[in-house]
Design a protein around this ligand. Structure first.
Ligand SMILES: [Zn+2]
Length: 369
């Protein structure tokens, strides 16, 4: 090809490229905007506790609350006029007011899982993939064959290597398919990365801690790792999963379950404060908070359990706060856990249909892009 025709061709391509970039201007800017996301889950925390606070009858029940806890529990959670704010002030005062908190069935708001199992692995799979998978029928399902939106994002330009997951329950290594998803997952007692001096300190404390449950580490370690990840690695997307609320409930320890819920609420507030104090995140980060399932609502002992035999344990709650969230938005109908993935992607300015057109659509709580 002659030099002149090569130059002509180059000039033509340049014009085409320029025109394309001009046409794509606002959309490209929106797609390239530095939006960030923190997704938080609390395992098996019922909406009744989130919106009504501690159940006074149960909080006084000697079977559910240890004798040496009864007075402290009464003072902390039953005596204050507003039980919900006493238990979870960040969710009820900050998320509900500056963002949205869905699932208060006492006030016409509703959220539920779409899966038929009403326990953890199916619930997390639904939250993270945008739809239930009826094949998942056990928490010992093994490595998840489904691609979560976290894994999908982590393979995308702009997000690659910038997605992190930290959780209390070891099974997150399966749910997020840590060995083959390529997603960095830090979960359970056995996982204790020590890439920074602060992480080394957390690892030492974790190794020296009492272990109540072999598969679920105490949430304080998950929280410490999460804060360190935000500080040092600045992920664009961070998933934090606390576990204590479910396990203390299974143990029948309502007192400890309440303390765990209050701690988790404080942890979420700490995350939010850390995000607002960091220019990398301030004003561009959406926080979504939810749970993988509810708890039984019928009968004196049902609160300890969940799963199909326990009515009401499909009922959940979903909160969101951030620059793209319409404060006080009330989506029509019953919100579904299947909508969390698309909501998260939409908040990031990413086309959720490109992830999975069959995923639940975003909750109607986001401002127009
Ligand atoms: Zn459970």
């Amino acid at each position: 090809m002659a030099l002149r025709s090569l130059l002509r061709q180059a000039a033509r391509s340049l014009v085409v490229a320029l025109a394309a970039s001009l046409l794509a201007g606002p959309a490209a800017q929106a797609a390239g905007a530095d939006r960030r996301l923190v997704l938080v889950t609390l395992d098996g925390l019922a909406w009744t506790e989130v919106f009504r606070g501690a159940n006074p009858e149960r909080a006084a029940d000697p079977v559910s609350v240890a004798a040496d806890q009864r007075e402290a529990i009464r003072k902390a959670f039953v005596e204050p006029a507003d039980h919900a704010r006493a238990l979870m002030p960040f969710l009820n005062e900050v998320v509900a007011r500056q963002g949205v908190l869905i699932g208060d069935r006492d006030h016409g708001s509703c959220a539920a899982v779409g899966n038929a199992m009403w326990f953890s692995y199916p619930g997390y799979n639904e939250i993270l993939t945008g739809k239930p998978d009826p094949v998942i029928r056990s928490n010992t399902h093994g490595p998840n064959k489904n691609v979560t939106f976290l894994e999908w994002l982590n393979r995308r330009p702009g997000f690659g290597g910038r997605v992190e997951a930290v959780g209390s329950w070891a099974t997150f290594r399966d749910i997020l398919n840590a060995p083959s998803s390529g997603l960095p997952v830090n979960a359970g007692w056995e996982d204790a990365p020590a890439r920074t001096p602060a992480e080394a300190a957390i690892a030492r404390l974790q190794a020296g801690s009492a272990r109540i449950w072999p598969e679920v580490r105490l949430d304080t370690f998950t929280q410490a790792y999460a804060l360190e990840l935000l500080k040092r690695r600045k992920p664009k997307v961070l998933y934090v999963s606390y576990g204590e609320t479910d396990d203390f409930a299974h143990d029948g320890r309502y007192d400890q379950m309440l303390w765990a819920a209050q701690r988790a609420d404080r942890f979420i507030g700490e995350l939010w404060t850390a995000l607002q104090a960091d220019p990398t995140y301030a004003g561009k980060t959406t926080l979504i908070v939810t749970t993988d399932h509810g708890r039984g609502l019928e009968g004196k002992e049902a609160w300890k359990h969940h799963g199909k035999p326990f009515a009401g344990s499909d009922q959940v709650w979903i909160g969101a706060i951030g620059p793209g969230v319409r404060p006080g938005a009330k989506p029509e109908g019953c919100a579904s856990s299947s909508q969390v993935a698309a909501t998260a992607l939409a908040a990031l300015g990413v086309d959720w249909r490109a992830f999975d057109p069959a995923a639940g659509k975003p909750l109607d709580i986001l401002k127009a892009p």
